[in-house]
Each structure stands twice: as structure tokens, then as C-alpha cells.
Ligand binder design. Structure first.
Ligand SMILES: NC(=O)c1ccc[n+]([C@@H]2O[C@H](COP(=O)([O-])OP(=O)(O)OC[C@H]3O[C@@H](n4cnc5c(N)ncnc54)[C@H](OP(=O)(O)O)[C@@H]3O)[C@@H](O)[C@H]2O)c1
Length: 276
């Protein structure tokens, strides 16, 4: 990892998670600078990580080779416009983790076709187990793409998409995805309790089963389908349960849910693009 100064604009949850990952990877804390209007948040970041902080976004960018936009999407326009002079002078690589904000809007607000990587992380980034999807504008060089990816790998697994439009599908799959798995866990835990297990056992067995299944799927060269077929003996208990799920239309239901999330992501992106 290079030791260039990285500026974080907005010192909330996402910035904190990425900073935690970078420092765990051995990044020099004094080569990280965070700007945030909230003095209490800045103080907490200094205390926890030993990073530099400032209340002024442009000051953060002044010496930075890379600037990560970590403010809420609703703040994107004013924050980017406020940074345009500093970005024009310093020409850092811009990385945006702001959900739903299109590259064209960010470039327009920043005042030109700056090299930009847009990323869509999900919440497990907070424990360095996120799924982070990236897309680069043509202005970003291969070296800049590598630098953005190295930064974001601090939050988990990274993947590139070819077309920015794919970000809506990514939002529907991995962005909203943790909630789908939480829902399934919630239902399984409840079902276990209704079958007479004590609630703590139902909770722990559900979570450990989810973790074990995810790790097997990640570590095995077999597909989830093959793994499922291997644990489904003809005439057994798993087959009986899966028959109920298939008869209830689980495939169609989940496909419809993910498709609805993608449609909503497109709608929100459009709305945010129209926000001044
Ligand atoms: N959290 C996730 O899992 C997740 C997943 C995917 C994408 N994202 C994206 O990541 C971005 C940040 O999300 P988050 O969860 O980290 O939000 P957050 O915790 O609210 O962090 C945003 C930070 O920006 C600060 N801020 C407000 N106005 C500012 C300004 N003018 N200049 C500089 N900083 C300012 C906020 O301070 P105040 O609190 O004082 O306003 C807050 O500390 C969002 O765009 C979101 O779409 C987050």
C-alpha cells in the first residue's frame, strides 16, 4: 500500500470503517486526514486512530493524493461544489462511496472530468467483511484504479463492474443483501423457538448455521446448488423442508424482491441527480 495522504470527507460510519481497515492493514495514521463539521466526532477519531482531522473539507484535500467522499448522498452537491477549487489545484483521485450519486453529477459539481472511482460498499464493511463494487470513469488511470481498490479492500471483497448502470443491480444484490439474510435469520430463529428451543439456542444455532453455510460456499469450489444437493438426502428432512420452500415460490419471490430493489435504486439515483 502506498503511503500517500488519503482525505476522508465526512467522518461518519463509512469513513470510520474504512479507516479501521486501513490502520489494521498497517497504514500510517498520520497519512490519513478526516474532515467533519462535528468536533466531538473529530476528537473521537483522533483518540481512536491517531489520524489528522480538520473541520474544513478543502484543507483535508490540500495535500491528499486521494480523497474519499463519505458524506450522505443529500450533502453531495454542496460538499462537492465546495471542494472544486481545492480539487482543481491538487488533482487528487476522487473515490465516492455515496449511494446513488452518479459519476456525471460528481464531476459536474467538482468542475470537470476529474479521475473518479465510484464504489458501492455494504454494511459488513464495518467489520472488514463487506462486498464493495467499483466503477471507474475513463479519466482514472490503471494505477489510480489500483489505488482505489487497495483502499477499499480494507473493507472487504472488491469487484469491478464495466458499466455504471450495473451499480443499481449491485445495490439490489449486495447493498441491500445483508437485510435479506437478516430477515431469513429472524424467521429461522423464530421457527426454532416455536418448535420449543430456548430463544438463546435458537438465535445462536441460526447465526452459526448462516456463518458455516457462507464459509462453505466461499471456500468450496462447488456451487451453492451442488452444496445444497449434497446435503439433501432423498426422503430426508432437508428435502422435506426444501419442497415446502419451492412449492411456496421462494425462487420467484426472491427474484421479484431483488428486481424491486433495483427499480427503487434507479428511481433514487434519478431523484438525487435532480437535487440541486
Ligand atoms: N453505512 C453504510 O453501510 C453505507 C453503505 C453504502 C454506502 N454508504 C454511503 O456512505 C456515505 C456515508 O454514510 P455513513 O453511514 O458513513 O453516514 P454518516 O455516518 O452520517 O457519515 C456522514 C458524515 O458526514 C458528516 N458531514 C455532514 N455534513 C458535512 C460536510 N458538509 N462536510 C463534511 N462532512 C459532513 C456528518 O456529520 P453530521 O453527523 O454532524 O452531519 C457525518 O459525520 C453515504 O453517502 C452512504 O450512501 C454507506
Amino acid at each position: 500500500m502506498t503511503r500517500e495522504t488519503i482525505a476522508f470527507i465526512g467522518g461518519g460510519n463509512m469513513a470510520t470503517s474504512l479507516i479501521a481497515g486501513l490502520i489494521a492493514d498497517g497504514h500510517e495514521p498520520r497519512a490519513l486526514i478526516v474532515s467533519d463539521p462535528d468536533g466531538v466526532k473529530r476528537e473521537a477519531l483522533v483518540e481512536r486512530f491517531g489520524v489528522k482531522t480538520t473541520e474544513d473539507n478543502s484543507t483535508a484535500v490540500n495535500d491528499a493524493g486521494l480523497a474519499v467522499l463519505c458524506v450522505k448522498p443529500q450533502m453531495a452537491g454542496p460538499v462537492c461544489r465546495g471542494l472544486s477549487a481545492a480539487v482543481g489545484r491538487q488533482k487528487p483521485l476522487i473515490v465516492s462511496v455515496m449511494a446513488g450519486i452518479r459519476e456525471q453529477s460528481i464531476q459536474q459539481w467538482l468542475g470537470g472530468e476529474v479521475p473518479l472511482v465510484r464504489a458501492m460498499p455494504n454494511t459488513p464493511v464495518m467489520i472488514q467483511s463487506g462486498a464493495i463494487v467499483l466503477h471507474a470513469t475513463p479519466e482514472a488511470s490503471p494505477d489510480q484504479r489500483d489505488r482505489a481498490e487497495t483502499l477499499l479492500r480494507a473493507g472487504g471483497l472488491t469487484r469491478w463492474v464495466e458499466r455504471e448502470e450495473e451499480m443499481d443491480a449491485v445495490t439490489a444484490l449486495s447493498g441491500s443483501g445483508p437485510a435479506y439474510f437478516f430477515l431469513l435469520m429472524e424467521i429461522l430463529e423464530q421457527a426454532g423457538a416455536e418448535l420449543g428451543l430456548d430463544s438463546e439456542s435458537a438465535r445462536l444455532l441460526t447465526i452459526q448455521t448462516a456463518l458455516g453455510a457462507a464459509r462453505m460456499a466461499m471456500e468450496s469450489s462447488d456451487s451453492p446448488r451442488e452444496l445444497r444437493e449434497r446435503v439433501t438426502s432423498p426422503g430426508g428432512t432437508t428435502e422435506r423442508a426444501l419442497d415446502v420452500l419451492e412449492a411456496g415460490g421462494i425462487r420467484e419471490l426472491v427474484t421479484r424482491a431483488v428486481s424491486a430493489a433495483r427499480t427503487r435504486s434507479e428511481e433514487l439515483s434519478k431523484l438525487l441527480a435532480e437535487t440541486p
